[in-house]
Write a protein that binds this ligand. Structure first.
Ligand SMILES: Cc1ncc(COP(=O)(O)O)c(C=O)c1O
Length: 339
């Protein structure tokens, strides 16, 4: 059996040995079923296809120096999937079922967990969608929950590097009282026009503003935003952004290392007063921001002037990555061994 080339993995799909599926019907979840197929049989009238009844999660398994495989804060992903399911009227996946299925999927695909020190990890993708047939707009009475895994390379090959971002005013990924706080597929579809436009102009991603007033920072593509001012970690509070588990963790770590923290609305103009800025999420942990361009005001906000991420950004990054890899003490109890 071939093992992946750990050094050349990207953040993409690689086939693994097994995935696990559960079916919700007549008000209850089936027992998990193991599959070796990469395909699913979907009813052509499934609500997941027509009315966007679909939510997902993303978390990682890490191989420690001691050879133990551990997951980072999986309960938070379980809770967020429940919140997403409730947000679009799907049957929620109970925490214990979520746990059993992700642990079993990782265990069955152990040979795909990248070795300690490679910087690569095993990405876990839980997926929930309405699988029952409906033609009128209403919630399905049947759901499918699938978990697959795929090994992914380090987000930054050859060290953490600053990225540039473009402020977007002509696309909203989510409405103020819409589904932005849920991890549902529709939000990502809605963000694509802005993402492609930003990429076409040479930026790594777009920064969305609040949809109501276009005055405040919402999110950076599929990641939360933070700025550093003196000794303070500042991150937006908004009714239309996803509650990032990475961001929650960075807030705790910032306090732990003696920084102040603020979660509040962040006006666009405040970008000029930050000494450092970054985007945070499971994929990259932190993407330090080099420059942010505001096309309407023709202003460029610059951070990392010497080409390197700032000291607070790197301190937080190293601390969190250290905990995830098992090099730092897990003082918050965030890691769970996949026994
Ligand atoms: C829209 C959006 N915001 C933020 C995040 C970061 O969240 P997390 O840190 O839980 O990965 C993600 C990724 O999951 C996302 O898709």
């Amino acid at each position: 059996m071939e093992t992946p080339d750990w050094k050349n993995l990207s953040f993409g799909y690689v086939k693994t040995d097994y995935n696990i599926r559960c079916y919700y019907k007549d008000g209850k979840w089936s027992k998990p079923e193991v599959s070796t197929s990469e395909y699913i049989d979907v009813h052509m009238a499934a609500t997941g296809l027509h009315y966007g009844q679909e939510a997902f999660e993303g978390l990682k398994a890490y191989m420690g120096k001691d050879g133990k495989i551990k997951l980072f804060r999986w309960e938070e992903n379980a809770k967020r999937l429940i919140s997403s399911a409730e947000g679009i009227k799907m049957a929620p996946v109970p925490v214990e079922l979520f746990r059993d299925v992700i642990f079993q999927t990782v265990n069955m695909n152990k040979r795909f967990v990248p070795p300690y020190g490679s910087g690569a990890t095993l990405y876990i993708r839980p997926l929930l969608y309405g699988s029952g047939a409906e033609v009128g707009v209403k919630p399905s009475s049947e759901y499918t929950f699938i978990v697959f895994v795929t090994p992914v390379g380090p987000y930054f090959k050859g060290g953490v590097k600053p990225v540039n971002m473009l402020i977007c005013r002509d696309v909203d990924r989510a409405a103020p009282l819409g589904t932005g706080i849920f991890k549902v597929g529709g939000n990502y579809a809605a963000s694509l026009r802005a993402q492609i436009a930003a990429k076409d102009r040479g930026y790594s991603t777009s920064i969305f503003l609040d949809a109501r007033e276009k005055k405040y920072i919402d999110e950076c593509g599929p990641a939360n935003f933070f700025g550093i001012k003196e000794n303070t970690y500042i991150t937006p509070k908004s009714e239309s952004i996803l509650k990032s588990i990475t961001n929650m963790s960075l807030l705790s770590l910032a306090e732990k290392i003696g920084m102040k923290t603020e979660r509040r609305r962040v006006p666009v103009e405040e970008l000029s007063s930050f000494s450092e800025a970054g985007a945070c999420g499971t994929a990259a942990v932190i993407s330090p921001i080099g420059k942010i361009f505001d096309p309407e005001k023709n202003i460029t906000y610059e951070y990392c002037k010497d080409g390197n991420p700032g000291q607070f950004t790197m301190k937080l990054y190293n601390k969190l990555v250290g905990i995830q890899n098992g090099d730092e003490t897990d003082e918050f109890g965030w890691m769970t061994e996949v026994a």
